[in-house]
Design a protein around this ligand. Sequence first.
Ligand SMILES: O=C[C@H](O)COP(=O)(O)O
Length: 252
Amino acid sequence: MPNASLVIANWKMNGNRELTKTMSAALREKLNQLQQVKLVICPPFTLIGELANQCYYDDIAIGAQSVSEHTGGAFTGEISTAQLQEFGVSYVLVGHSERRQLFAETDKMVNEKALATVNAGMTAVICVGENKAQRDEGNTWEVVAQQAKAALANLPKEQAGKIVLAYEPVWAIGTGETASPEQAQDVHAKLRALLVEQLGAIGEKMPLLYGGSVKADNAAELFAQKDIDGGLIGGASLKESDFVAICQAAQG
Ligand SMILES: O=C[C@H](O)COP(=O)(O)O
């Protein structure tokens, strides 16, 4: 039986005002059947206000796809934690592989962004994952552990409740090539142990999400794994019927 508790939509640089309406309406219709699953949507910055208005009366949380590690000032193109919070944002994706690869975000920046997010009272969804070459060379866990440890550096234990980890193998993102449930569970179990080692008993309860080509037809099997507590969904979060089906798979 799936035991997933958190499903996060990452629209990336997709979507428009219309999608904020149709997606929130589609989810609203099913919310009473999805009570065990926390739903979060991370639209592009410009759609956050509109989506927050659409979801105001629903139990759907709003997330941002990134945030600045700085609190304000001369950082053209950036956005601060306070500016996000003013629009009702309560989750922030941190260290997504696209940010790391395409926008040169380093482990140090990921750590600073995660700390800025939790210190502001929001939940940081820290993304980690190996690329194809790293997996083929047998370095998956080494890479993932190093990213996770760096991202969690200096995190006060009492803030651990505001951290979610998302394992996203880079080779599975947007490729249609999903990690098998066994491959994903293997990494999740190791991440669970790492969290317990670093943060103590709360590590047992911290949500661990899987992301990478999660679709309506493979979600249930992934979510049924012991240490997979939900999903970070890209492409399939842009179509109402697909995303609703994934959320239903999480509910079980
Ligand atoms: O943030 C979401 C992940 O990058 C997964 O994207 P995807 O579901 O399109 O593979």
